[in-house]
Design a protein around this ligand. Structure first.
Ligand code: SF4
Length: 273
């Protein structure tokens, strides 16, 4: 049995994802990162909201929570508070994390609670048939944007850094080995970590935007992604349309459950006097 397979609930297969979807590759990267980080399978909780990406924990053999739309971080915060010793990993989609779950997301960043969050960004709401999300680029098409999306999209990593996350990185399904490494580092960060994982949705986003097959979309990730080191060596003109992948931000801040624990301990010590 491979390192990957022991984390799967084989009785839940076959999965529901479309052929060519990037989410399976990213689930592979997540499980390999868990293996590399040597997390105890029985002390690791994987939480998701609603959407194609949020179906992944159903196939993963951990204690898993498939929660309500946008609320995965609220549930995960509860798990981490109740049992801070558990490893808590959250898997969300871009619409799930940044639209209905946007407020939960920025406050989880601000609190620096020790949760590893992976946002699968395919620029669209896939499960509900291709509506535009906060990550659909301006001018791109979706079932609810037949004349082109009017809104500007977020930069997930800039938003995370500005809101207070202490580890921020971006990878892609094409760069699966690098993505595994980034998620492993995120797991080791003792605070709130965000990894944006660029994924392809050939069924809706790809089809609406004439991006070709899943292989074409993966090749586009290969062409358009530039590592942090490479981006430092090329001009801003050459960076037009490119996406930087790699570790984008690391900082230190007190971890939320530890701060809370200290307050409780000091109050209990005062009562004992
Ligand atoms: Fe993947 Fe898109 Fe299909 Fe959902 S709709 S499973 S995101 S390809």
């Amino acid at each position: 049995m491979s390192a990957y397979e022991k984390y799967l609930r084989n009785n839940r297969l076959p999965h529901i994802l479309c052929s060519g979807c990037g989410h399976g590759i990213i689930m592979g990267a997540i499980t390999r990162a868990i293996e590399k980080a040597d997390l105890d399978q029985d002390r690791t909780v994987v939480v998701s909201g609603i959407g194609c990406s949020s179906r992944l924990p159903g196939y993963m053999d951990f204690d898993t929570l498939h929660t309500t739309h946008g609320r995965a971080l609220g549930f995960a915060t509860g798990v981490k508070f109740a049992k801070p010793e558990l490893n808590v990993i959250v898997i969300m989609g871009d619409g799930d994390a940044l639209a209905i779950g946007g407020n939960h997301f920025i406050h989880a960043c601000r609190r620096n609670i020790n949760i590893t969050t992976i946002i699968l960004n395919n620029n669209v709401y896939g499960m509900t048939s291709g509506q535009f999300s906060p990550m659909t680029p301006q001018g791109h098409f979706a079932t609810t944007a037949p004349y082109g999306n009017v809104d500007r999209n977020f930069d997930i990593c800039e938003l995370s850094r500005a809101a207070g996350a202490t580890y921020v990185a971006r990878g892609s399904a094409y760069h699966a080995v690098m993505l595994t490494d980034l998620i492993t580092k995120a797991i080791f960060n003792p605070g709130f970590s965000v990894v944006e994982a660029i994924s392809q949705c050939p069924t809706y986003y790809g089809r609406k935007n004439k991006q070709g097959t899943a292989v074409d979309m993966l090749n586009a990730q290969k062409e358009n992604c530039v590592t942090v080191a490479a981006s430092a060596k090329i001009t801003s003109d050459q960076m037009q349309g490119k996406i930087i992948i790699g570790e984008l931000h690391k900082s230190e801040a007190p971890e939320y459950t530890a701060v809370y624990r200290n307050i409780v301990d000091s109050l209990q010590a005062k009562e004992m006097k």
